[in-house]
Design a protein around this ligand. Structure first.
Ligand code: OGA
Ligand code: ZN
Length: 389
């Protein structure tokens, strides 16, 4: 049996010495306010009831005991309903260490890819498996979480199928194009996608403050010449761009520009950076959409640098070496993370046959929630005294 970690009070914290020789420092206030006892955490809602303002900032535990299963703490009485005593399983404390390396280690890392790293077959799940088995659904969610794309084949050619595919994962995210929308070339197109022109690599609806999360495009018919689909990993594109032009990268990641989509029925204008970074400086996505960017509102002295950088990034995004190019056949549904993946379409000739896709979105949180639910299946996710987060 593994040795029991040791715990001692040091200054304003409890320091845990783990059997592997590492230590974790847990602040007293943090240890108090995360308590899972039924007075501090609602047993059904699993949300915090203890009030931050009732806990003295300099609270010190009365006792600290390293037991074989976890850390037991008793607290002085305070305003509010009080506490029954705190117990943290060692595993829970380990998973919630707050040292910088620990926080970084548990940040989800995206696997970047270029056109030669994967094929459509690698990320394809047949509809029957997706719709009726947990493993099929999990495979789709895992693909979206790691490489940002997934494909479901054999989806029934029916108007509402795209919504059924969405709802297998989570709630539909409605936008100004509706709960779902038809992509086909038509007169009076209110969107460049509803023409037969080529679409350069883009993130959909970049003029919205929040980009729609996960995008679904279900092919109802594709008999026209041309119109091939292209998916591009913006993590790989921006990594390459950062290596080639660090200053340009910095500019696109820090200087926001305006995106606008203006029509009789909507008026969407927002600012955002073309490259989006997380707090660690890692790229989480892009806001790349030449058709709706602008008018570019950077300072006059920055204008030339901006366009140079922007063209440099675009040149990489349109490089076929970065592309996964394929023909979407009737019944296929391509699914991708709309921030992390840029998608494109070659021009097609509508006189040669019908081309009709149906699209919809779900919020990205729905994907992550479904994925975690599938991963924890069969385990007692609260594990007696377990995770709030
Ligand atoms: C879209 C789009 C791609 C296609 O509707 O947002 O990019 O293949 N469509 O028509
Ligand atoms: Zn699009």
């Amino acid at each position: 049996m593994a040795a029991t970690p040791q715990a001692e009070m040091v200054g304003d914290s409890v320091v845990v010495s783990w059997p592997d020789g590492t230590t974790g420092r847990f602040h007293n206030f943090w240890l108090r306010e995360n308590c899972f006892c039924p007075r501090c955490t609602h047993p059904n809602a699993w949300e915090r009831m203890v009030d931050y303002l009732d806990i003295p900032l300099d609270i010190v535990p009365l006792t600290v005991d390293a037991e074989s299963g976890g850390l037991r703490l008793a607290w002085p009485s305070e305003a509010g309903p009080g506490c029954d005593g705190t117990f943290y399983q060692w595993g829970w404390l380990d998973r919630h260490r707050t040292e910088t390396e620990a926080r970084r280690a548990r940040t989800h890392r995206l696997t970047s890819w270029t056109g030669s790293d994967l094929t459509v077959a690698d990320v394809t799940v047949p509809y029957g498996q997706f719709a009726t088995t947990d493993n099929g659904l999990l495979a789709v969610c895992e693909n979206l979480a790691t490489v940002g794309i997934a494909m479901v084949t054999g989806v029934p050619i029916e108007d509402n199928s795209v919504l059924a595919v969405c709802e297998r994962i989570g709630f539909v995210e409605e936008t100004h194009f509706g709960r779902s929308w038809d992509v086909r070339s038509k007169p009076q197109a209110e969107n460049l996608a509803y023409t037969s022109y080529r679409l350069r690599p883009h993130n959909d609806l970049a003029a919205r403050r929040h980009l729609p999360g996960i995008q679904f495009l279900h092919c109802m018919a594709n008999d026209a010449k041309g119109g091939e689909s292209v998916l591009v990993d913006s993590i790989a594109v921006t990594e390459r761009f950062r290596a080639e032009d660090p200053d340009g990268f910095e500019l696109l990641a820090t200087v926001p520009v305006t995106f606008s989509q203006i029509h009789e029925q909507w008026h969407l204008v927002n600012r955002g950076t073309v490259i989006e970074l997380d707090v660690d400086g890692d790229v989480v996505g892009t806001r790349l959409h030449a058709a709706v960017m602008g008018p570019v509102d950077v300072a006059p002295e920055t204008m030339a640098d901006f366009y140079r950088a922007y063209r440099g990034l675009l040149a990489i995004a349109v490089d076929p070496a970065m592309h996964l190019t394929f023909r979407l056949e009737a019944g296929m549904c391509q699914i991708f993370d709309n921030a992390r993946i840029v998608h494109a379409r070659r021009a097609f000739d509508p006189s040669t046959g019908a081309r009709h896709l149906r699209g919809a979105y779900i919020n990205r949180d729905e994907l992550w929630s479904r994925l975690e639910i599938l991963r924890r299946k069969g385990t007692d996710f609260r594990g007696g005294v377990t995770d709030r987060f």
